[in-house]
Design a protein around this ligand. Structure first.
Ligand code: GRG
Length: 294
């Protein structure tokens, strides 16, 4: 199987499960529409794919990992809806489509995000009620921490606070990237390993892998905001500079940022070395993020 075929398979399985989750509850029609609009707006499903691929690599049963993969994608989608709000990044375009608040109104967009966030926890807890094994509890805890007040929410808070800051503070930049973006990607690989009931050393290695992959992803995101095309990315470009954001290109220039990206890619690949060819999908995923255009 090729990389694209495998990727497609993970995405299709995730989409199927997400669709079922949204259909199996009696959600008010408008809320269902606003949640579905963003959940099925053409996201790359990066985090579920990492979770499922890590889980498969380590001999896990993907059916047991799926609730966590879906929860992660729901939390990710809520974060994008809220990030696009007028009070945050104030964006009108996401994944090539009008943002949630443009279509459904600001109040309903906040609720679509709240709905996805709370439903994500409901899904994980429902699974834990049927299989309350320590490794699954740990996977849910890992995701909760990544999304929360020391993870993504903390990162977004620092990101908003430092807008317009002109001083090149590398430590702060790394802290924002680690929390805002990397934490959720790291949670994907870590939860994938935990759902496979892997030994502590393996979980640690996959956690380190996810941290580097997350950093790589954010650096390439920063680079694409400068050199990418709005039509390819499906979102407004050049926003970081206009908002005076602290980014890798703003501190090191494009070439410097590319060097940091390469360093993170190499470090991620290094964590996969013990798995040899079995880790082919994750290895190719690292390469594809390094070379991504969207
Ligand atoms: C509102 C608590 C809260 C957090 C928002 C995710 C986020 C934090 C902000 C989005 C701004 C941004 C561009 C972050 C950088 C990287 C990132 C998360 C990009 C979007 O992720 P993709 O490319 O999205 O995986 P798709 O559309 O493919 O799902």
């Amino acid at each position: 199987m090729t990389f694209s075929e495998k990727l497609k398979q993970y995405i299709e399985r995730t989409d199927y499960a997400l669709n079922n989750y949204l259909k199996e509850e009696t959600i008010p029609e408008y809320l269902q529409s606003s949640m579905s609009y963003s959940l099925f707006a053409g996201g790359k499903r990066l985090r579920p794919c990492i979770l499922l691929a890590t889980n498969e690599l380590l001999g896990g049963f993907n059916d047991n990992a799926m609730p966590f993969a879906c929860a992660l994608e729901m939390i990710h989608t809520y974060s994008l809806i809220h990030d696009d709000l007028p009070s945050m990044d104030n964006d009108i375009l996401r994944r090539g489509k009008p943002t949630n608040h443009i279509v459904f109104g600001e109040g309903q967009a906040i609720l679509a995000g709240d709905g996805l966030l709370s439903y994500a926890f409901e899904i994980m807890l429902r699974f834990l009620l049927s299989k309350s094994e320590p490794n699954f509890i740990n996977a849910a805890y890992t995701i909760a921490r990544a999304a929360g007040v020391t993870g993504m929410v903390a990162g977004q808070c620092l990101d908003l606070l430092t807008e317009g800051q002109k001083t090149a503070d590398e430590a702060l930049l790394i802290e924002i990237h680690k929390t805002k973006t990397s934490a959720m990607i790291q949670a994907a690989s870590t939860a994938g390993a935990l759902c496979a009931n892997s030994a502590e050393g393996i979980v640690k290695a996959m956690c380190a892998f996810g941290a580097q992959l997350g950093l790589l992803f954010q650096i390439t995101d920063d680079i694409l905001d400068v050199i990418g095309e709005t039509s390819t990315l499906g979102k407004t470009t050049g926003k970081d500079e206009r908002a005076g954001k602290l980014t890798f290109p703003s501190i090191y220039g494009i070439n410097g940022a590319l060097l940091y990206a390469k360093k993170a890619a190499d470090a991620a690949l290094c964590e996969l070395q013990p798995f040899g060819k079995d880790a082919w999908f994750l290895q190719e995923l690292v390469e594809s993020i390094m070379n991504r255009k969207s």
